[in-house]
Design a protein around this ligand. Structure first.
Ligand code: XIL
Length: 375
């Protein structure tokens, strides 16, 4: 073989292997790289599922959920209004399917939520004496947490018990049962499902006054010997007012209590808020006005970039404190599914998540992923 022939075959081998390498890389990117795989050594990456997802109605959404997420939360179907619509009547059809979905896909299954003042069935508001309300709460927790015992990885035991100033919300539970209802709820949940991690969940508890209230509440529970494993910071934030310092302070202060922190309902609104709302009180609604819905047809590139940058900032912070964080769950699968199209003003077009209306990854998705694959 002369020199010319040898060098020709050598360069052919080189070209071929370079080609194979390129193919392998893009194959890996398409198959292996996803949020859950990129963050597998850091924390769980979750999403909230609507009924359509639990019933696997849309093939593309179903594939996306399985590819990207390893934790799920039921957006509505485990709330008392749906699962316990009338005294002594439970509707477990969707909740059973939800739990099965998580199990068959080896996902971390969250229960949301056992005790909450919102989305209660109407009969609860008609209960006039404390004993009957206590019976409702007890039976509700025993039945729901008991049915899924060993299958739910963590329960949001009590949701949104605090006011913005850190005092206890005057909910139907506080009014009739007194502040001890929170402890009772945790004790009941621990008994009904001893294996589940038990969380207190709320919005705005990263803000100083409400955080202080949450810390007091958790300390009291701990002092009385109640099992509490973590705190859920909902994370309904805005690209305009995101406060990283508050979030970091909260991670440090909550973790100093010896509990885990989960970001349980993450979304970043890109729309103007009526009062520059930073909360998530589901009972608040405001007037529809065109200026409050500026991106009806599409999200400008500049805002898309701001969204990506805010998510980058957030995930950098999450990574910095990954030893204290158990899970980051997005409140919805894609922009079309997001509750923020209807809250706090109905009929708007919002873009708060990582996947767009066609279920395609957005710039923000790539930004969150790049934090892990760029290294
Ligand atoms: C929201 C759901 O996303 C909506 O579909 C529903 O209409 C109202 O509730 N805090 C919570 C969640 O703990 O359960 C709420 O979910 C959002 C605020």
């Amino acid at each position: 073989m002369n020199y010319y022939k040898i060098s020709f075959s050598l360069s052919r081998i080189f070209l071929l292997s370079a080609f194979t390498f390129t193919i392998n890389l893009s194959f890996a990117q398409k198959t292996a790289i996803s949020l859950k795989s990129a963050y597998q050594d850091d924390f769980l990456i979750g999403t909230a599922l609507g009924t359509e997802h639990i019933l696997e109605k849309n093939e593309k959404a179903n594939a996306l959920i399985k590819r990207e997420f390893n934790a799920i939360t039921p957006e509505n179907i485990m709330k008392a209004q749906v699962i316990h619509p009338a005294p002594n009547r439970y509707n477990f059809t969707l909740a059973d399917k939800y739990v099965e979905y998580g199990q068959k896909n080896q996902m971390y299954v969250v229960g949301h939520t056992l005790v909450w003042h919102s989305q209660l069935p109407p009969f609860v508001f008609k209960i006039s004496n404390p004993d009957s309300l206590r019976i409702f709460m007890t039976e509700h927790i025993n039945t729901v947490a008991g049915r899924y015992a060993g299958k739910i990885n963590s329960w949001d035991v009590v949701n949104e018990a605090l006011n913005e100033d850190g005092s206890l919300r005057k909910s139907v539970f506080l009014n009739k049962l007194g502040e001890g209802y929170i402890k009772e709820a945790f004790l009941l949940a621990a008994k009904a499902d001893p294996k589940a991690a038990l969380y207190y969940n709320d919005y705005n508890i990263e803000q100083p006054a409400k955080r202080k209230g949450a810390i007091e509440l958790i300390k009291k529970l701990q002092a009385s010997g109640v099992k509490i494993d973590g705190v859920g910071i909902q994370g309904h934030w805005s690209i305009n007012t995101l406060n990283l310092k508050d979030i970091e302070d909260s991670i440090l202060e909550f973790s100093a209590l010896g509990i885990k922190i989960a970001f349980t309902e993450l979304d970043l609104t890109v729309l103007p808020n009526p009062w520059d709302l930073q909360g998530a009180d589901v009972n608040q609604r405001f007037e529809e006005k065109p200026e409050m819905n500026p991106y009806k047809d599409a999200l400008p590139d500049s805002v898309q970039t701001v969204l990506a940058n805010r998510y980058t900032d957030l995930f950098k912070l999450f990574l910095k404190h990954k030893d204290k964080i158990s899970r980051i769950t997005f409140w919805g699968v894609d922009d079309n599914h997001s509750w923020l199209n209807g809250f706090p003003i109905r009929n708007r077009t919002n873009y708060p998540l990582l996947f767009d209306r066609l279920l395609e990854p957005k710039k923000a998705y790539q930004a969150v992923l790049n934090l892990k694959i760029a290294k």
